[in-house]
Ligand binder design. Structure first.
Ligand code: AMP
Length: 607
């Protein structure tokens, strides 16, 4: 019998076109939640999935539902409700990828802060899949611009978040408008009472899927995590590789494509690295592993599938570049180090949204994972300098330098420069193109925002329409005043802290007990943001909000009129545009761009 661990997407009976789309995107095998949920959804069961972001839950419902969508029927057949604009966009983008096999299946993200006209036009033109936030979906139902009469599937994604943000009444209203005959799936990381109630009321005899693992990790492994925005992962990785003393390293990513891309990038930076994925024939894979054993390469960039059971003693570090789906695969991954009683190091990269998965790994493994700051430029410089000094000291002990003495004598005789100046000159030559000591501007600023094109989809705002064409620019709000009955406030969290409209809405809705539909325009600037809230906020609520934290920052909320107008350096004269984050300007990009283009020469320094 095939256990879920060994399952392939083929075993799940997904139609061939979907399998091809998955091949294209580079997925090797279903994640545990996918292996369990897809067969149940394909059989038509309602589903209750306990899973957080990062487990692959989107594909767990998207794939089986897409398999049964009728592309000829243009009324919405599938509705996904998501708590935030970001998640709605992210889920819609995932659907577009998985549905890439069909020209006819259209997916529409629908959320507040975006013009109704465009949404209505697209709904009229016909869409099969709608992914939206509850408030805007209700508005469309009320305006009769969203027809749910043909709905076959309804998904509540991150149900506990919807509850936390005060959407639960809206969700119930939508559920009560959906046809009785439908399949419903509810995904939630936790199962608080009100979510259980919804499940009992609106799901029919649901199957419960919960990926629980009982696992433990070796105590010889030091576990750390690094919270990092997805677009800064590569920079964080290269910094870590410079300061950590490592022998062999395995870097885990999720897709076959990512193994090749990341290996190429590291190789361009001078590392001895190879990808390892399921597309590589077995014999070649074995050769690659042998090379790692023999020290011909130091780094493997691998997917879970191919790295299972890998036993190479010299692997001192495992980097979870992409977070694993669950605690069990985390434990398998980090078990590739700390072999044969040696000490090992495991470093996990997580984004803000994935923090829950980190907690659940800590809970199941019953081991804390310590926070690790990303090495600063001065730390890198310290390491570089001490390694350089050490290699000079070692070279002085090398007998072969005797033969170089006549050359030294010759240079001394022919130059008037002092021995210090001569040494400095030789040092400069030894450095080559890459300076020994970096300036801050030599490396991308890890606190900066991403360049537009390289942003991870979950971070990206929606500028492109479903068809990839640029949407009509929204009317600039400029100095437009807050809407009637609203007042504008300044809060001390901005882009540099990693603030997102979703976090701000969530925190305010939760802490101030303000229904999120009453939270107006949000504008995020580099160091602060503005938010429009209902007029006449009681003092206690303001006090609560002053102390509330978003992305680790106290909001210190105050009336906008108290503060000078925002500086818009590098942003042209663009004006606030509702809850859409300002478009990044070129000035936000790292000062000297990507080291790959400049042909970096950092190499792993062996001890
Ligand atoms: P989710 O938990 O749905 O937010 O998915 C998290 C990430 O995992 C997304 O970037 C997906 O593209 C990726 N992902 C989902 N399923 C798979 C899979 N079977 N293989 C590789 N990557 C996957």
């Amino acid at each position: 019998m095939t256990t879920t661990v060994d399952m392939t997407f083929k075993d799940l009976n997904l139609p061939e076109p979907i399998l091809q789309a998955l091949e294209k995107v580079g997925y090797e095998k279903p994640s545990p939640i996918q292996a369990e949920s897809i067969p149940l959804l394909l059989k038509g069961h309602d589903l209750l999935g306990q899973a957080q972001t990062g487990t692959g839950k989107t594909a767990a419902f998207a794939l089986p539902m897409l398999a049964n969508i009728d592309p000829e029927q243009s009324k919405p057949q599938l509705l996904v409700l998501a708590p935030t604009r970001e998640l709605a966009i992210q889920v819609a983008e995932a659907f577009q990828v998985y549905a890439s096999f069909s020209q006819k299946i259209r997916v529409l993200p629908v959320y507040g802060g975006q013009s109704y006209d465009n949404q209505i036009r697209q709904l009229k033109r016909g869409v099969q899949v709608v992914v939206g936030t509850p408030g805007r979906i209700i508005d469309h139902i009320k305006r009769k611009t969203l027809d749910l009469s043909e709905l076959k599937y309804l998904v509540l994604d991150e149900a506990d978040e919807m509850l936390r943000m005060g959407f639960i009444d809206d969700v119930e209203l939508i559920l009560s408008h959906a046809p009785e005959e439908r399949q419903t799936a509810l995904f939630s990381a936790t199962m608080p009472g009100p979510i259980k109630k919804i499940t009992q009321r609106y799901l029919k005899d649901p199957k419960h899927v919960k990926i629980a693992s009982k696992v433990s990790t070796a105590s010889t492994i030091r576990q750390r995590y690094c919270q990092i925005a997805p677009h800064h992962k590569l920079e964080a990785l290269t910094r870590i590789m410079e300061v950590e003393v490592f022998d062999g390293m395995i870097i885990f990513v999720r897709t076959k494509t990512a193994t090749v891309e990341l290996a190429d990038k590291l190789s361009a930076r001078g590392y001895d690295v190879e990808p390892l994925n399921g597309d590589i024939p077995q014999a070649a894979r074995e050769r690659t592993v042998e090379k790692l054993k023999q020290g011909q390469i130091d780094i493997l960039v691998a997917t879970d599938v191919v790295a299972r059971g890998l036993d190479v003693e010299r692997v001192s570090h495992v980097i979870n570049y992409d977070i694993p789906y669950d605690s069990e695969s985390y434990v398998h991954r980090i078990g590739r180090t700390g072999r044969a009683g040696r000490q090992g190091d495991a470093i996990l990269f997580i984004s803000h949204r994935e923090k829950r998965l980190l907690f659940s790994i800590e809970k199941t493994t019953k081991q804390p994972i310590e926070a690790m700051p990303i090495p600063s430029i001065s730390e890198i410089n310290e390491t570089r300098l001490s390694r350089f000094k050490q290699s000079v000291a070692e070279a002085t002990q090398d007998d072969s330098i005797e033969s170089l003495m006549p050359i030294v004598e010759m240079i001394k005789a022919e130059n008037e420069a002092s021995p210090e100046v001569l040494m400095a000159a030789l040092l400069k030559i030894a450095q080559g193109d890459e300076p020994l000591i970096l300036k801050e501007t030599d490396r991308p600023d890890i606190n900066s925002k991403p360049p537009r094109d390289s942003r991870d989809s979950r971070e990206r705002g929606s500028r492109d329409g479903r068809d990839g064409r640029e949407r009509k620019p929204k009317v600039p709000r400029g100095n437009r005043k807050p809407e009637e009955g609203m007042q504008r406030f300044r809060i001390e969290v901005g882009h540099v802290h990693g603030a997102k409209p979703g976090n701000i809405v969530g925190a305010i809705a939760n802490e101030a007990n303000i229904n999120s539909k009453h939270i107006g325009a949000i504008e995020i600037y580099d160091n602060f943001s503005t938010v429009d809230l209902p007029d006449g906020m009681p003092k206690e609520t303001r006090d609560t909000l002053a102390g509330t934290r978003v992305a680790g920052q106290r909001l210190n909320i105050r009336e906008w009129s108290d503060t000078p107008p925002p500086k818009r350096e590098g942003r042209g004269d663009r004006a606030p545009r509702g809850d859409r984050p300002p478009r990044e300007s070129r000035d936000d990009r790292p000062a000297r761009g990507n080291r790959e283009e400049r042909g970096g020469r950092d190499r792993k320094r062996k001890n």
